[in-house]
Design a protein around this ligand. Structure first.
Ligand code: FE
Length: 193
């Protein structure tokens, strides 16, 4: 036994070999799932946002069916909960939270940031969302409604932020580079930089 192994490593190995021994999953399938999970990152979501900003048909698809829109960008979504996309407009700004735990669209945003899982974020996103946004330096225009949306085990949400002023004529690659993780959760708003 490797001395660096923890009890959870041993538990994981036992569960893996039992699943394989009982024929529920092959070790290749487990490896494939790990590869897909590790391939998720905010850069994937940023590519979707940038394309939605430059391609109206893609934006319509993204708002109708986030899972299909992700797959259209070669992001593997098989076996994952459906992805919903919330469009920010002049009238509404969206903020995503999982009040219960840390449900997050990992295929398109990667692993959730540490604060997303914190009790403080989960509670304050509901109790005082404008105060919470203020701590990120995010100030919403007067009159813009703030909508807080709960991600769950059955449905994962990401935000399609508004395209910032000063990005006219930019390529999708240039646009993707300014879209941050927080912009797709709704704690921050993209800027032209
Ligand atoms: Fe959760």
């Amino acid at each position: 036994m490797n001395i660096l192994e923890t009890p959870s490593d041993r538990l994981l190995e036992a569960v893996r070999s039992l699943l394989a021994a009982k024929g529920h999953l092959t070790t290749d399938e487990i490896a494939e799932r790990i590869r897909i999970t590790d391939g998720g990152s905010p850069a994937q979501g940023a590519r979707m946002v940038a394309r939605a900003w430059t391609d109206p048909d893609y934006k319509a698809l993204m708002l109708r069916d986030g899972t299909m829109a992700a797959e259209a960008m070669a992001i593997p979504m098989r076996g994952l909960p459906p992805l919903g996309v919330l469009e920010d407009t002049e009238a509404v700004h969206n903020l995503v939270v999982c009040t219960l735990c840390s449900c997050y669209p990992r295929a398109v945003l990667g692993y959730p940031p540490f604060w997303f899982k914190s009790a403080a974020y989960r509670a304050r996103a509901v109790r005082d969302p404008r105060g919470l946004l203020g701590e990120w330096g995010t100030v919403l225009p007067v009159g813009q409604k703030l909508r807080v949306v709960d991600s769950t085990a059955d449905y994962r949400w990401m935000v399609l932020p508004r395209r910032p002023a000063g990005t006219e004529g930019w390529s999708a690659e240039q646009l993707a580079a300014i879209v941050r993780e927080g912009d797709m959760i709704g704690v921050t708003i993209p800027t032209a930089g």
